[in-house]
Ligand binder design. Sequence first.
Ligand SMILES: [Fe+2]
Ligand SMILES: [Fe+2]
Length: 342
Amino acid sequence: MYTQAMDTAGREPAERPAAGEGTPALRSADELPLEQRFDARIDAGEFIEAKDWMPEHYRRTLLRQISQHAHSEIVGMLPEGRWITRAPTLKRKAILLAKVQDEGGHGLYLYAAAETLGSSRDQMIQALHSGKSKYSSIFNYPTLTWADVGTIGWLVDGAAIMNQVPICRCSYAPYARAMVRICREESFHQRQGFESLLTMMQGGTEAQRAMVQDAVDRWWWPAVMMFGPPDDQSPNSAQSMRWGIKRFSNDDLRQKFIDAAVDQARELGVTLPDPALRWNEARQHHDHGPIDWAEFWRVIAGDGPCNRERIHARVQAWEEGAWVREAALAHERRQAVQQQAA
Ligand SMILES: [Fe+2]
Ligand SMILES: [Fe+2]
């Protein structure tokens, strides 16, 4: 998952852009030709590699987006992870185990991509734990029933695919390469979720169908919010599009997601909880009801149903893993000594 909703810097005190971020930095005479060359490469659709010169603002924007994306992947393991021991069959357990493991892998690819921009893994983890760095708002909602797991696959991974496929062509090559691998797995995640819900809707009991509908009722609006604030309230979007970091606006991606979900909901036999949702012949898209942006900003700012629980779980895992990191470093040191002796 899960990047578009990350375009939120500047709204909360903890996320205030640092000096030079948010406004174009003053350039030295040396930098001007470098920046012109950089802009020309972007305009020509070329990829930028880690070793290439890049404007500081571009580097910071990418670092913020990729690290927040990485955090979203690993925090995203938590809501579903708690269902691994309670999956209804061995098959579902194996699928969920593989999916949660995939998300951990996505986090690792993305932390590695972010490290190429000059931040250490420890710095990024510290920023997550202190609340300075954000992750996708969607993971601050609880998973109350087994149907939530299928619904996350269908809607949350489905929204992630809409967001992430365009990033496979992002101008920063290490990020684009990571996304190619990630998108292949996200598409499996979406399909397993849909198939799990379809099984309950078509072959299940009345209670199971009601459980699916309840999960869809709770996850629909948070999933719609995953695309981030409306375009007119998304201050970083224009620059990110200019730099080829972002290819479509938040509202365009949200519309694509809603249009696709309406057809899929019909196939499933569930009702999307938006009475204003209807086809608009003139626009050739679905109209939808108002989105509660106050809720979105509240959750991003740290006051969603599970924000504290999620950060607590991450900090605890980090502390309990200290001995593993120490052992790995000791092993590395010993190998280096052995290599020198050989
Ligand atoms: Fe993922
Ligand atoms: Fe996923």
